[in-house]
Design a protein. Structure first.
Length: 250
């Protein structure tokens, strides 16, 4: 498991190496990310401005509690809300960025596979409209899964100690797995493979997938880092998909 996890980390590193060796790919991948970053930052700022009111609204049961305990509960609630927003926002960030930048990221995936991985025989040409439609559909499904997972994790966030230690780790693993599904979309779509095949393939090599996705997810939490991380992750996700699909047919 540790070997597979380290393999996934190396695939992300390979993605960084690929885009840094070709600054054109880095610039191409950054264009749609800039647009989505501006939208996401605006959302986070707006949430931060209203977080006290939101925390009070979702914890009406604490209105009559002692001030110190009420403040602690509402701090935990606000922390959980922001964490959930960032987690879902990151998935939306990737989904929206992939929809906006479909042709850009398809170019990155095609360049990586055709130039460095031997190409894809009989690869399907994916139009921007089809890419956007597939991306929007997958985004709805994945965000729905994120919300379903996020509700119990949000509730568990109120458990003392566990809510501030174990729950964040589980949340990172869950959201990183969903992010990996997004970042491998184009290589699978080029082969005519649907979302259920993508999920099953990544699940079969879970440790490799998490090794790639967890550092990607954590790096994307750094403000503005996604401008560089996302193009590299797209290149790395293409390598990941290529390798897993190649291993599957051997």
């Amino acid at each position: 498991m540790l070997r597979d996890f380290s393999t996934g980390v190396k695939l992300l590193g390979q993605g960084f190496a690929l885009v840094f060796r070709s600054p054109k790919l880095l610039l191409i991948g950054a264009v749609p990310a800039v647009i989505t970053t501006a939208l996401l930052i605006g959302g986070v700022v707006g949430l931060a401005v209203w977080i006290d009111d939101i925390a009070a609204w979702i914890t009406p049961f604490a209105d009559d509690w002692a001030e110190g305990l009420r403040a602690a509960v509402r701090f935990a609630a606000g922390f959980s809300v922001i964490g959930a927003f960032v987690a879902i926002g990151l998935l939306l960030f990737t989904a929206i960025t992939l929809i906006i930048g479909g042709p850009f990221y398809e170019h990155i995936a095609e360049t990586v596979e055709d130039t460095h991985l031997g190409g894809v025989p009989e690869a399907e040409r994916v139009s921007w409209l089809r890419s956007a439609a597939v991306g929007a559909r997958d985004a709805v499904l994945l965000v729905g899964l994120a919300v379903l997972c996020g509700v119990p994790l949000f509730a568990a966030g109120f458990i003392p100690v566990v809510g501030q230690t174990v729950v964040p780790v589980i949340a990172v693993l869950v959201n990183a797995s969903l992010l990996a599904i997004e970042l491998t979309a184009i290589p699978f779509t080029r082969r005519g493979l649907k979302l259920d095949v993508r999920r099953r393939t990544l699940r079969e090599r879970r440790a490799v997938t998490l090794g790639f996705a967890v550092p990607t997810y954590l790096l994307c939490l750094i403000p503005l880092a996604a401008l560089v991380v996302l193009p590299a992750a797209m290149a790395g996700g293409t390598v990941l998909a290529h390798r897993l699909l190649h291993d599957r047919v051997r």
